[in-house]
Design a protein around this ligand. Structure first.
Ligand SMILES: CC(C)(COP(=O)(O)OP(=O)(O)OC[C@H]1O[C@@H](n2cnc3c(N)ncnc32)[C@H](O)[C@@H]1OP(=O)(O)O)[C@@H](O)C(=O)NCCC(=O)NCCS
Length: 403
């Protein structure tokens, strides 16, 4: 018997849920002009509330999406967000009840995986989420940078909704492709680009090459500081979203932002850990990695479907024993080989919780590393080499979409 109950919300309850969520982040309720963008991002059946004494005291939500996995397949995916429990109801099991309901509902609806961005790292491991991708915050001293090369194509500024339309179209072509990338739900563009553009000085630049086709874009804004030599508050160009079809387009877009006048610093948050921007510069020390932190927290909702969706390198098979307290049907032994994955009735060689499996799944961290840090049980030490080889990927996974 609990003192609260869990219900799927209907559209008359979305604003209350959103106000409650914002309150847990210590923000005031969204004003009407913001709400009109937010409202579109509540999808039927995907918002859940916890109620006590007739009032909503907690909420979680998800957006419909897809996730690219190693090998190029794409699986149904829920982007989980707007998680909050009212301050006078925390640490009484409300989030645990919401998570239990949400994980079950998402799996029943056919989502193979869920991902989220965690406000605090202590929250989600217990529900089976593991850190599966990392991203970087880079800062470049523009005057010191002195790029080694010049653009080879054309980068042009495209104002207003025309710019958003081109960016949206290119994004749809470019993601989900790399493992960890996701598709964006339609309301993402309104909320993350159009709404922000209305309030801030957002610009979109589009690149085209010899063929004349658009092949990349960058969304950015310039935050004016003090011009001149006293750079206590440098004028900063913030790269918010940058996607390119190939290396040539990628380099031209970076060269474009590095060439904008009266800017002291170019800053980019949420970039891939293998992005070689420092190699474009005459002085690579102009580029500082200000932060490299967890990006995607991944929850494998349907472990057999997820394991079967990705490909594996050539190596001898390994038998993994998976434990999942919240979705116990995932618990069991899986034989993973280069030819595929089967559920087996065999003793496992490595035993791990489902959050640890999630961390290995996209290939960002090896089984050996997790064994060395005592995150999994090693029954047969030779299995680590096999598991590492099977799950290895050629480029680090990355999502690139903030939600
Ligand atoms: C994070 C939050 C939703 C947790 O809700 P809650 O109802 O207090 O969580 P529960 O009571 O179900 O907690 C379950 C367990 O997680 C632990 N836990 C939950 N939130 C935690 C936190 N922020 N830090 C450390 N431990 C936490 C609890 O101590 C509890 O542990 P136990 O089972 O060993 O006793 C709530 O604190 C909140 O709204 N925080 C502010 C908003 C926020 O950060 N939202 C997340 C956005 S990604």
């Amino acid at each position: 018997m609990t003192d609260h109950d869990i219900r799927v919300l209907d559209d008359s309850q979305y604003r209350t849920a959103h106000t409650l969520f914002r309150g847990t982040l210590h923000h005031t309720p969204a004003p009407d002009d913001q709400w009109k963008f937010v409202q579109e991002s509540y999808y039927p059946g995907r918002a859940i509330g916890a109620f006590a004494d007739g009032e909503m005291v907690g909420t979680v939500q998800s957006f419909p999406s897809q996730l690219a996995v190693p090998g190029g397949a794409v699986v149904p995916h829920a982007a989980v967000s707007r998680v909050g429990v009212r301050a006078d109801w925390t640490r009484r099991g409300v989030l645990s009840a919401l998570q239990r309901a949400q994980l079950r509902a998402l799996r029943s609806a056919g989502d193979v995986a869920a991902t989220l961005r965690a406000s605090e790292t202590a929250i989600y491991g217990r529900y089976g989420y593991g850190v599966a991708t990392r991203h970087r915050f880079v800062r470049i001293d523009r005057r010191q940078a002195a790029p080694r090369t010049r653009p080879v194509g054309r980068v042009r500024l495209v104002e207003g909704e025309a710019g958003e339309r081109i960016a949206h179209g290119l994004f749809e072509e470019l993601s989900p492709v790399r493992a960890g990338t996701i598709s964006r739900w339609p309301a993402w563009w309104g909320l993350s680009i159009r709404r922000v553009a209305a309030e801030e000085n957002i610009k979109i630049a589009v690149r085209s090459g010899a063929s004349g086709d658009d092949d990349g874009y960058v969304v950015f804004k310039v935050v004016p500081g003090e011009h001149g030599s006293g750079d206590h508050k440098p004028t900063t160009l913030m790269v918010m979203d940058l996607w390119a079809r190939d290396a040539e387009a990628w380099a031209d877009l970076w060269l474009f932002v590095l060439g904008v006048d009266l800017v002291a610093e170019v800053a980019a948050y949420g970039r891939p850990v293998d992005e070689p921007v420092q190699w474009l510069l005459g002085d690579r020390r102009a580029c500082r990695i200000a932060e490299e932190v967890d990006e995607t927290w991944l929850r494998l909702l349907d472990v057999p479907a997820a394991l079967s969706a990705r490909t594996y390198r050539h190596a001898e098979p390994v038998v993994l024993g998976v434990r999942d307290a919240y979705l116990p049907e995932n618990s069991g032994s899986y034989r993973v080989s280069a030819d595929g994955v089967t559920r087996v009735d065999e003793a496992p060689e490595l035993v791990l919780d489902v959050d640890v499996l999630a961390s290995t799944y996209l290939g960002d961290v090896s089984f050996s590393t997790l064994a060395a840090t005592r995150r999994l049980d090693v029954v047969d030490p030779t299995a680590l080499v096999r598991a590492d080889a099977l799950f290895e990927v050629s480029e680090p996974p990355w999502s690139g979409t903030y939600f």
